[in-house]
Unconditional design. Structure first.
Length: 238
């Protein structure tokens, strides 16, 4: 891999721009501008983490003339603090892949949250993952020996992206690139241990929530996701 991507096992490629995005589609287009070496690259596909990563991936794929699809991932949020993940689930080759941060889970249990409460979170998210697998098109891909660009609207803990990385690795991807508009430095560094490359446009010193870096950050519906996946052309262009 050449150009502006660095080997994530050594460092994380970051472009400090102090930016705020109009919406997810604009974020995806700006991601593509930072990844010109991937344009029309053979055996490369852009997959968005459903739901929030779908518009980002669709816009990036369109600009880069690459095929586009989805990868299904569900965050396992701490009860009462749903935005903080202790793990994630991903859909891979017809199975559910489970990634859990064991030290964090042990800390949660030590602070009075029961195992049954965590089990209930996982059961709910597993059910939702299976529902989406049945409903969303564009979630089954031949990834053997391919370069996979995993796009999301941002990284807070990085748990869902890590699950997505594991899922596409299990499907035979040869190279995995995590590409996001904004990320916490902690998440970027952590992902650098499991990805081949990590690309973030912005890693702010103070990171509170992904949505804080967008002017529009509305919740996406199933219909929004299905519409974008059904509209994807063979090269990412509408």
């Amino acid at each position: 891999m050449d150009g502006r991507l660095g080997n994530a096992t050594n460092f994380v490629e970051v472009e400090q721009m102090g930016m705020r995005f109009k919406d997810r589609a604009e974020a995806g287009r700006r991601l593509a501008e930072g990844l010109p070496q991937l344009r029309e690259r053979p055996d490369t596909i852009v997959l968005g983490l459903a739901r929030g990563g779908i518009p980002v991936a669709a816009a990036a794929a369109s600009e880069l003339y690459l095929p586009f699809g989805a990868v299904l991932v569900r965050k396992l949020g701490i009860p009462g603090r749903d935005e903080t993940a202790f793990g994630a689930l991903a859909w891979s080759n017809g199975d559910v892949l489970r990634i859990v941060n064991k030290p964090l889970k042990e800390l949660i249990l030590s602070r009075g949250i029961s195992q049954s409460a965590l089990d209930a979170v996982e059961a709910h998210e597993r059910s939702e993952l299976l529902r989406r697998a049945k409903q969303y098109p564009g979630t089954s891909h031949d990834l053997r020996d391919k370069t996979v660009v995993l796009a999301d609207d941002g990284l807070a803990t990085g748990a869902t992206m890590r699950a997505a990385v594991e899922a596409v690795r299990a499907s035979g991807a040869s190279t995995v690139i995590a590409a996001v508009p904004v990320a916490s430095l902690e998440a970027s560094t952590s992902l650098g241990r499991v990805c081949d490359y990590v690309f973030a446009l912005h890693t702010p010193g103070k990171f509170h929530a992904v949505g804080a870096f967008y002017e529009r950050f509305e919740q996406l519906s199933d219909a929004d996701v299905v519409s974008q996946l059904e509209g994807a052309g063979s090269n990412g262009r509408r």
